[in-house]
Design a protein around this ligand. Structure first.
Ligand code: FAD
Length: 545
């Protein structure tokens, strides 16, 4: 009898047993029914069905004895390997082995299955016609009732194409990465959840310098500048080009500037649950960001701008000094005028003024005339248009403009800018003047402290809809009693008040208030003075003084 015939006969026997068990003849001993039951309980599927299932399964299946001699192979096995059942029954599975699989792999395989465990792995097999293929194989030991290995069940499929695809993908990835790394600009693919899916050397170099994940900083800056929202779907046409983004580095004096372009790409969605999702179900997108550093050219432009601002501020300072001097004169002139008015009131009430009435009247007239002409001479506040303002930029400019005085006073500046700060509507010159008052005050305080180590720290941050600028110094500080008085006009608490009229903080407060904000001295600050300026960035400031 051939091996093929023996398998057919085995099938018929199982069929016969199934029929017998379905209606056992009356009087059949129980032991016999139980013995047949071991081959296939009638409550379950008949054994023939199992045989058919294995036979027709689309995966190559073979059953071996404990020494890997093949007892059975199914139709898919024949289709894949080219070996018929008659070719292989009685042979070792090594008939499929090509010489490309390392011996250690086989040793590992045998060690695993001998321990009665399932082995999964990949082997290089060859077909009957000699062609090689990659076999993804699972070998499962089948134990007999006393726990020893009775058979091995082998199932394998051809994964040659899958492997080729993986290799091609890996190669493509390497190619893409090499090309990206060679590019001088920063390139990053940012997922909808903000994770970086792909980046290049230039991007990685930024990581160390910026003290934060550059992707987050870029996405935040783009959201604030152009309202670009990565988490909110959008379609592939929703990109941007050449948007200048400023990133401030903690502790560094100069910011870095990048010209950014980006395109949205539909995000990879490999979740099983998304398999049947339709295209119009709203896709998540990721951002391909290309950022070219333009710090140098920006610095050149900024230098020219700074010179303009310097000239502008000098002029503004001059006008301000005149305003302060005239205001002080008006203030001082008011005292004698008040005395004259009081004296004249006494004369009017019948007191003996020794005929001084006309003289007093003349003095009052000329005093009031002087007040009026001083009022005329008082330069009016310069009208300034509100514009979009970045406080980091203004602090940076004012620090640059104050470099000489800071160096002369031996002040170490610790500039802690928020990496990304929302822009606010404001009058840049007014706000620069505000910052200059605060920095000049801190410098003066440090000068007067006589300390060896003089430090000024400036911090910016966003807080509850406000942009907050904190200016701190380790000078003598301001006592509780004076935290409000220092804002009064002409109040001057400096020991050496040569260039100070006592109007600086008054003016600074005026600017803050005209922007809908505030300025306050931190009463709880220990070891110096800390001033907070809060400027709302949501509401826009009008074109005030
Ligand atoms: P061998 O000398 O036969 O084996 C290599 C090493 O494996 C030996 O040095 C030894 O360490 C270990 N080894 C081999 N046989 C035993 C054993 N009986 N007990 C303990 N250790 C042993 N191989 C394939 O290449 N392709 C297949 O598709 C494949 N399918 C298999 C399916 C099943 C169910 C089983 C049980 C094994 C299968 N094998 C397959 C492994 C196969 O039996 C051979 O071990 C392998 O092909 C290497 O054969 P070889 O003649 O080159 O070396």
């Amino acid at each position: 009898m051939s091996k093929r015939q023996s398998t057919a006969v085995y099938g018929e026997v199982i069929d016969a047993i199934s029929r017998f068990l379905a209606a056992p003849p009356e009087g059949t001993p129980r032991e016999i029914i139980r013995a047949f039951d071991l081959l296939g309980d009638k409550d379950f599927l008949p054994p023939k069905l199992f045989l058919e299932t294995v036979e027709q399964a689309p995966v190559a299946i073979s059953i071996t004895d404990p020494a890997a001699r093949i007892l059975y192979s199914n139709a898919a096995f024949e289709k894949l390997t080219g070996y018929t059942r008659d070719d292989v029954v009685g042979l070792n599975e090594s008939v499929l082995s090509s010489n490309s699989t390392p011996m250690e792999v086989y040793q590992g395989l045998w060690q695993t299955i001998k321990e009665k465990k399932v082995w999964r792995g990949t082997l290089v097999n060859h077909r009957k016609n000699g062609g090689e293929y990659l076999a993804e194989l699972i070998i499962s030991p089948v134990l007999n009732p006393d726990g020893r290995v009775a058979y091995f069940l082998g199932m394998h499929r051809d994964v040659t194409e899958l492997h080729a695809l993986e290799q091609r993908l890996a190669f493509q990835k390497k190619l893409t990465e090499a090309a990206l790394d060679a590019a001088p600009m920063v390139v990053a693919m940012i997922g909808s959840d903000g994770r970086v899916l792909l980046d290049n050397h230039a991007y990685k170099a930024l990581l160390g310098d910026l003290g934060g994940e550059p992707a987050t900083l870029f996405v935040d800056a783009l959201q604030q500048q152009i309202g670009f929202d990565l988490s909110n779907g959008g379609d592939e046409s929703d990109g941007f080009t050449n948007i200048d983004v400023r990133l401030d580095r903690r502790g560094a004096q100069t910011p870095r500037w990048f010209s950014c372009s980006g395109v949205r790409i539909v995000d990879l969605d490999d979740a099983a649950g998304s398999y049947f999702r339709r295209d119009d179900d709203g896709e998540r997108s990721c951002l391909l960001l290309i950022a070219n550093e333009v710090t140098e050219s920006r610095n050149r432009v900024n230098e020219a701008r700074l010179n303009m601002i310097r000239a502008n501020m000098a002029e503004q300072q001059m006008v301000q000094t005149m305003r302060e001097a005239i205001s002080a004169s008006l203030f001082k002139l008011q005292a004698p005028i008040n005395i004259i008015k009081a004296a004249m009131a006494m004369c009017a009430h019948g007191n003996d003024c020794c005929g001084m009435g006309p003289v007093l009247q003349q003095a009052l007239d000329s005093g009031e005339e002087a007040v009026e002409s001083l009022h005329h001479a008082l330069p009016g506040p310069r009208a300034e248009q509100a514009a979009s303002v970045n406080m980091n930029e203004l602090v940076h400019e004012v620090l640059r403009l104050s470099t000489d005085s800071l160096l002369a006073a031996g002040v170490v500046v610790d500039w802690r800018a928020a990496p990304v700060l929302p822009a606010l509507r404001g009058r840049p010159n007014g706000l620069r003047a505000l910052l200059k008052y605060l920095i000049d005050n801190a410098t003066q305080a440090l000068n007067e402290s006589g300390r060896d180590y003089r430090e000024m720290r400036i911090e910016t941050r966003e807080e509850n809809g406000d942009v907050v600028v904190a200016v701190m110094d380790n000078g003598p500080g301001i006592s509780d009693a004076h935290t409000l008085r220092v804002f009064e006009p002409f109040y001057c608490g400096w020991e050496h008040s040569r260039d100070h009229s006592g109007m600086g903080l008054t003016m600074a407060q005026e600017v803050a208030i005209s922007h809908g904000g505030s300025i306050e001295i931190d009463r709880h600050f220990i070891g110096g003075c800390r001033v907070f300026v809060r400027l709302p960035y949501v509401s826009s400031a009008g074109d005030g003084p």
